[in-house]
Design a protein around this ligand. Sequence first.
Ligand SMILES: *Cc1c(COP(=O)(O)O)cnc(C)c1O
Length: 365
Amino acid sequence: MIEYENLGKLNRPFFDEYKKSFETVLDSGWYILGNQVAEFEKEFAAFCGVKYCVGVANGLEALTISLKAFDFPAGSEVIVPSNTYIATILAIVNANLKPVLVEPEITTYNIDVSKIENAITSKTKAIMPVHLYGRMANMPAIIEIAKKYNLKIVEDAAQAHNASINGKKVGSWGEFTAFSFYPTKNLGALGDAGAITTDNEELYNKVKALRNYGSNIKYHNEYIGENSRLSEVQASFLRIKLKKLEEITCHKEKLADIYYSMLSGTDFILPAKLEGYRHVYHIFNIRSKRRDELKSFLLENGVKTEIHYPVAPNRQLAMKGILDNFETPIAEEIHNTTLSLPISYFHTEQDIEQVCDVLRKFNNK
Ligand SMILES: *Cc1c(COP(=O)(O)O)cnc(C)c1O
């Protein structure tokens, strides 16, 4: 059986270092907002090519706190792609703002920049691009639009650590970039964790306070904050994995190359290749009209897959009364046809060749 993901296997190469660093943290007696978090923040900011990083509890909080930092009037509109993971939209709703859906491109699965201006109203305050599956949205175009209409940009990079456009890394483009270090992500911790990056000192000081009761000086509370701190233990694990992130990314690129070469000439629709964009393949998806049949066939032949995502945000029960007014045929098409193939750090080239053999068998039958 070829698994879709196995977090034990994925982390095994790091076990010895994890154990040592766990002991270091244990011995230090300092478990919240200590040296490990401070060092990780410095190292991750440097990795992204940005001045500041603030560790938080998870990716959803990274998104929510970023939005809250602007103090937009309640009910202000935020533009977001219609095919994103629910967390991006929950962050908008949790910050008392109104999500406005814009359809993605069917080729890249990222927000269609040609449709953004039509969605802008006098209430629009921000754009939230989502770098879905590990490829960045068209940030140069989004920045142009944001400048023209005086909008802020909060990026959802939960799936895109180490992605870049023409060598400029994710995390260094908009006002804020939100990251998740959920264990399955390309840079994954061993529990919940997240971070926000920014180049703006004032915004940095604000989100740093917001994650910690709205306080930058102990027992002095400047803002209505929350408790959303990154744990010392998780930060120490993340420092170890960050050193291997480039290697993890290269491994995934190698596996993706096998999919591209062995699946060329089949009926499956592969992710479009874009000049200048580094796709980090948090997810390698293909699309097929016979997706459900294909998923069963793969399972019968020993290959586990996933669907990201089976239900569009505006079809979710929780979004009743919030996203009712949006027609999203392109998102629907993606949700109905997409299938995520195995592409973990622990998979070998032989594993992926085996997956491709089964896919080709299906294609020819
Ligand atoms: C994982 C993910 C999140 C949320 O991250 P958590 O750490 O689970 O809160 C947000 N957006 C996207 C696109 C994600 O994939």
